[in-house]
Design a protein around this ligand. Sequence first.
Ligand code: DQA
Length: 151
Amino acid sequence: MTSGKLVAKNILILHGPNLNLLGSREPDVYGSETLEEINGNLSKLATKANVSLVSFQSNSEADLISRIQQAMEDETDFIIINPAAFTHTSIALRDALSAARLPFIEVHLTNIFARETFRRESYFSSLALGVISGLGARSYYLALKYAICNC
Ligand code: DQA
């Protein structure tokens, strides 16, 4: 699928470890929006665009991998993923996305390139259709906007 023709209809949003704590987790770094609020805003955008959206958060690498494998069997045609700390560690999660062969956008609330050295490496970026990093919750909203209307 070329990015020029991309218009997704069944989108899976994946949130990695500790993102369930958004709102109370280091709000000076990650912002004050809770994951529930972010998912709610994403759902509203998707409903407006008549697109099906499922959000899934897990602190477990295995569960995230299983969810990606499930996406290979269902109607999912696009993934937006914030792998959180697994960004910097998980070849297994990268391999799952590679096997799924579904286009995906990697998102981060923070600018991982402007933080500690260990956050500057991502196992996902070289496979991703695009990377949005550092715009807070808007990183997710912009990724979704791109997926649903390529705009
Ligand atoms: C993060 C950045 C990661 O380095 C960190 O481990 C996270 C969140 C972000 O969204 O900025 O948990 O992915």
